[in-house]
Write a protein that binds this ligand. Sequence first.
Ligand code: TYC
Length: 102
Amino acid sequence: KDDSEGATGVATKTRPKTQRPPMYKVMLLNDDYTPMEFVVHILERFFGLNHAQSFEIMLMVHKKGLAVVGVFSFEVAETKVAQVMDFARRHQHPLQCTMEKD
Ligand code: TYC
């Protein structure tokens, strides 16, 4: 609808649908081998979280099996996943990081 109606028309507001980009959750998965300190380091390094926040999320993954680390645009989420997977692989830890549409 628009507000082009004349003086006798019903007043309506134009409210164009805002296009928001789809967002993606980046998740960390638990495993039995990756050291806790390594996971905390990853969260600080690639997600800009402070030590307390990183420790909290690491423990959540450890206890629940997985946790959402952040929600990002597709490109940013893809980059975070690649950075984490590459860093873990280079240190020979089996840590898994995935993304899914929010
Ligand atoms: N479960 C691991 C351990 O006990 C710690 C861990 C936490 C591993 C989070 C992965 O995403 C992870 N050493």
